[in-house]
Every structure is written in C-alpha cells, then in structure tokens.
Design a protein around this ligand. Structure first.
Ligand SMILES: Cc1cc2nc3c(=O)[nH]c(=O)nc-3n(C[C@H](O)[C@H](O)[C@H](O)COP(=O)(O)O)c2cc1C
Length: 192
C-alpha cells in the first residue's frame, strides 16, 4: 500500500555507516524519476551521485541537519549516510524548475524505503562551497541534496499537540518523534 510506504519513509538522520551502498543502487533510484511529471515536460533535472567516502564527507560537511535538535541532530561518526544524490537543475534548459525537484526527491526516497534503505531531503546546503569542491559546472543549480543510507533510527509519527507545535523531538531513548497535522485541518471547507 502506498500509505504504508509513505508512513515508513521518514526523514532519517542516523544510519549504519558500515552499510556500503553501491553506485548502481542509486542509479536505479534515479531511474524512477524518468517516470515523474515535469513542468512543460522539460525534464531539466540532473543527478550527481556519490558513494565514495571522501566525497560523502565533503557533502556532509556542507549540509545542515535538524536545526531544531541543535548539534545532536547532526549524524554522529559511524551514523552518517553512505550515499548522496544531489539534484541539479540544468539552467541551459530553463530557469524555472517548478516543483520538479520535490517530486523527484520524494520518488527517490520512496524507492529507497522500498528496498530497505532510507534518506532525507537536505535543502540547507552551502551551495557555492559544495559546487566548487565537487567541480560542478556553473550551468547547474544545486536544488536539493538527498542523503541515503541504512537507517538505524526509530521514528514515530505523532498527533499534533494541542499547542500546535510542529517541532519534532527526540526522547531519552533517542526515538525521533514527528508531529503531523490531522486530516481535518488540511481540508479547506469554506461552507462551515
Ligand atoms: C524541502 C525540504 C527541505 C528540508 N531540508 C532539511 C534540512 O536542510 N535539514 C534537515 O535536517 N532536514 C531537512 N528536511 C527534513 C524535514 O525536517 C522533515 O521532512 C520534517 O522534519 C518532517 O519529518 P518527516 O520527513 O519524517 O515527516 C527537509 C525537508 C523538506 C521537504
């Protein structure tokens, strides 16, 4: 069921760093994006893949994790993702990537969940530094970073608390809790 896959597909920030991901696995996940919708069917997205520990470390150093949790939100040594997919927009094709990268990101993450992996979208990236460090040409815009690995984190979906706080939190057992708004709040009903 799609709902089960969506519920399982959480934003993971702790991974088994001894779990090696091969490049082909990430290529297979990128392949899923070929079947995604694209504004004007331009298909302007390109993907930079890394499973190399040295390059992974450069990407990791230029990403920001779980600001709400402070330093504890950043994956510790031994719990870092072992693969990355950087979603790039080819500016030679268009200046407007609509929401193509969001659709692609979610498709890749659902695909990762389906094969027992997990990941997270990281939008807070030191773009200029990372583009330079990886020698990514200027005609690409770095849109999103996807970190992927074998999750070791337990994540629980919670009902939104009465005070409406959307902040996620970690308990003493390091279980991660994510509040979600109720369906009744999502539907706009102007006739009530
Ligand atoms: C567009 C977007 C950007 C995000 N950027 C970051 C980020 O820079 N760092 C981070 O730790 N999490 C990031 N996240 C993950 C969110 O924090 C996460 O989706 C949210 O806490 C809800 O958790 P869930 O995905 O498990 O439902 C991002 C998510 C989205 C959709």
């Amino acid at each position: 069921m799609l709902k089960d896959l969506l519920m399982k597909s959480r934003s993971y920030r702790r991974y088994d760093e001894s779990h090696v991901i091969d490049r082909q696995t990430l290529i297979d996940l990128v392949e899923l994006t070929r079947y995604c919708p694209s504004g004007m069917n331009m298909q302007p997205l390109r993907y930079y893949i890394s499973v190399d520990p040295k390059i992974n470390s450069i990407i990791f150093e230029n990403t920001s994790w779980a600001a709400a949790l402070g330093p504890a939100g950043r994956p510790a040594d031994g719990e870092r993702p072992t693969g990355y997919i950087l979603i790039l927009g080819d500016k030679r094709l268009t200046q407007n990537f609509f929401c193509d990268h969001g659709i692609a990101a979610q498709s890749i993450l659902l695909g990762a969940t389906e094969i027992g992996l997990g990941g997270i979208i990281i939008a807070t990236v030191k773009r200029d530094i990372l583009m330079n460090a990886l020698a990514i040409p200027d005609h690409f815009e770095l849109l999103l970073c996807l970190a992927i690995g074998k999750p070791v984190e337990k994540i629980v979906i919670e009902e939104m608390p009465a005070d409406g706080s959307h902040k996620y939190w970690r308990d003493e057992q390091r279980v991660h809790h994510v509040p979600k708004r109720p369906l009744s709040e999502l539907i706009v009903n102007l006739n009530d």
